[in-house]
Design a protein around this ligand. Structure first.
Ligand code: EPZ
Length: 418
């Protein structure tokens, strides 16, 4: 079993750049299916979720080459419209290929994505929205079959919730639909804007991405393009929290400070000094972090749900009691049981976590329960006195590129073991 072995209470100091965004590169990789040509994607992080998406692209008939952090996808010969169950299970967010496959092939077959560690992850909003564009759907014993008997027709789509994935799927399906599609109550995450930037470089006509109303004017086809993926705002905030719990002093580069605009005030309220530049964020942490009265996770630009587990780990050693409310996913507290092994004092009431800060955490052997919950274990281990072992690191490898190298460079005592 793969694990990280960490000796805690090493001060993190120095500078690190931030990897490309997992949640941006994945929908952009799906978008390449619509392109009748070659897509060159720079700043692509080396992650197991990206590897899974490469497998899907190849299965659909694309050729994919990786040269360091550049991915070259040739989609001239897309010849399949089915994602097999094993790949859907390997990465449930493969559902984001749906809109692109429909736009390219006129039909799609997926298996039910199923839930994951943080919730049931239904796709009802994806399906109801695509139906408005003329998509027919049948669930045949877990095989989801999509068809467009009369082609994709632009229309007005109002999302009942600003779902990131559903916004992306509608954008992708609408790119080559007949006429204009208007998405109301669209997700506003930076990853939506990055996807639109890529698609417009390919010849799409998308406006309003990043706002609540996105307008897509259908075009006949999309052509070759080159694009650099934005940096990963969740990874950036995660490493700032690593410095915060170790009385650290770090500078992260190649980031967009406004993308973590809701996290920086929380770090300041915890007692950190935070300075932002055009593409940098510097953080100087106090000896002892202060508690936060209340954090509510919200859709962007609110506090990101993906930072809920990492910030809960950091607040475990703050001075005082903090409250976190998880409003996005229904069961995103699996990491709390593992934090208790470090000696954290956390009480869960439904969607609310009450975190009573303790003087110090003690090293422990814990399991990574999911991607962000797994990184929360690293934060707790960095803060803890003594040695810790974090097991099931495959969860962390889905979204963080070589965290042991990044953290070691900043002064942490961390090793990856098989
Ligand atoms: C994206 O997931 C991200 N994943 C998630 O990051 C992120 O937590 C989430 O957006 C919210 O920001 C990727 O981009 C690959 P949603 P997505 O649709 O699109 C419910 C990580 O750690 N919902 O905005 O699945 C859903 O159950 C991952 O990197 C429906 O009910 O998120 C959830 O409660 C985790 N029906 C809420 O909406 C639907 O059809 C938000 O989901 C779709 C969603």
């Amino acid at each position: 079993m793969k694990s990280f072995v960490i000796n805690g209470q090493r001060r993190l100091c120095g500078e690190t750049d931030i990897q490309g965004s997992k949640n941006s590169v994945l929908p952009i990789m799906a978008a390449t299916v619509l392109v009748n040509g070659e897509s060159i994607i720079h700043n692509c992080p080396e992650l197991s979720d990206v590897d899974a998406a490469v497998k899907i692209l190849r299965l659909l008939g694309c050729t994919v080459k990786r040269e360091g952090h550049t991915l070259i996808v040739n989609s001239e010969n897309v010849n399949s419209y089915e994602i097999p169950d094993r790949l859907m299970r390997e990465m449930r967010s493969s559902v984001m290929f749906l809109g692109a496959i429909l736009g390219r092939m006129g039909k799609a077959v997926l298996s039910t994505p199923g839930g994951c560690e943080i919730g049931l992850r239904p796709i009802d909003i994806h399906i109801s929205s695509l139906r408005l564009l003329g998509v027919s759907f049948a669930d045949e014993n877990g095989k989801l079959k999509f068809d467009i008997p009369d082609g994709l027709q632009g229309t007005r789509v109002t999302l009942p919730f600003p779902s990131v994935g559903a916004t992306e799927n509608v954008m992708l399906a609408a790119c080559t639909a007949e006429g204009i599609t208007v998405i109301n109550n669209a997700a506003r995450e930076p990853e939506i804007s990055d996807l639109a930037d890529f698609l417009n470089k390919c010849g799409a006509h998308i406006s309003g991405a990043g706002e609540s109303t996105v307008i897509i004017q259908g075009v006949k086809s999309l052509n070759s393009a080159e694009h650099r993926v934005i940096s990963d705002r969740i990874v950036a905030a995660s490493y700032l929290l690593c410095a915060a719990v170790t009385n650290g002093n770090i500078c992260i580069t190649d980031v967009v400070p406004s993308h973590i605009g809701s996290v920086l005030p929380v770090l300041r309220e915890m007692g950190c000094t935070v300075e932002t530049g055009i593409n940098t964020v510097k953080l100087l942490s106090p000896e002892k972090l202060r508690r936060i009265r209340l954090i509510r996770t919200m859709p962007y630009p609110g506090f990101p749900t993906d930072i809920q587990a990492p910030v809960t780990a950091a607040l475990s050693v703050a001075d005082g009691t903090s409250v976190v409310i998880e409003n996005i996913f229904e069961s995103r507290y699996k990491h709390v049981g593992e934090l208790l092994r470090f000696g954290a004092k956390i009480h869960i009431e439904g969607r609310m976590a009450v975190i009573e800060g303790v003087n110090t955490l003690n090293g422990a052997t814990v399991n990574a329960t999911d991607l962000r919950g797994g990184f929360a274990m690293l934060i707790a281990a960095l803060a803890a006195k003594g040695g810790s072992v974090v097991l099931n690191t495959e969860h962390i490898d889905r979204g963080y590129e070589a965290p042991e190298l990044v953290l070691s460079k900043l002064g942490a005592d961390i090793k990856r073991t098989e």
